[in-house]
Write a protein that binds this ligand. Structure first.
Ligand SMILES: [Zn+2]
Length: 168
């Protein structure tokens, strides 16, 4: 009895069991499709076909075969769940999320810059407002609107502002 071959002879791999064939000691599927995970091979076979998978595995270096099988299994499962988009559906959802979060981050950074600038201009304009307020007694609103003027005219602020609007 040879110890190493006993695992193959005891129970066929998921692929050979599915295909109802004898699992040979040199079976290309055996290391990647253990009998405990029958669904993994069923999915991959349904989407890619067993002969294409075996061809693909033979073209790949042995140390990369596990990664290849895992990606095939992932793609097959996604394609079964979503026959139209497969894993591309998940990729585009995540890409859109990245773009949205990037815009949100840009807008938040712009707000941060604006608030920092407003704090400085507020301190300046309050002093101006107090001085001018007594002479312009007829318009109490002047003091509220005055601080907003400097950063509305700021070309940097406008550029960031349009970027923020696009997120909506
Ligand atoms: Zn096998």
């Amino acid at each position: 009895m040879i110890m190493s071959s006993s695992s193959y002879t005891n129970s066929p791999c998921a692929a050979c069991k599915f295909l109802r064939r004898k699992c040979m000691p040199d079976c290309i599927f055996a290391p990647y499709f253990p009998p405990e995970e029958p669904q993994k091979f069923a999915n991959v076979h349904k989407i890619f076909g067993a002969s294409n998978v075996s061809k693909l595995l033979n073209e790949v270096q042995p140390n990369q075969r596990e990664d290849a099988v895992n990606s095939l299994a992932y793609e097959a499962e996604a394609r079964i769940k979503d026959p139209v988009y497969g894993c591309v559906g998940a990729i585009s959802v995540l890409q859109r999320q990245v773009i949205r979060l990037q815009k949100e981050l840009d807008a938040t950074n712009a707000d941060l810059i604006r608030y920092t600038c407003t704090d400085i201009t507020n301190q300046d304009s309050r002093r101006i407002g107090e001085e001018g307020g007594s002479s312009l007694g007829q318009s109490p609103h002047e003091g509220f609107y005055y601080p907003s003027t400097p950063w509305n005219n700021d070309p940097l602020g406008d550029g960031y502002h349009t970027g923020g609007d696009n997120t909506m």
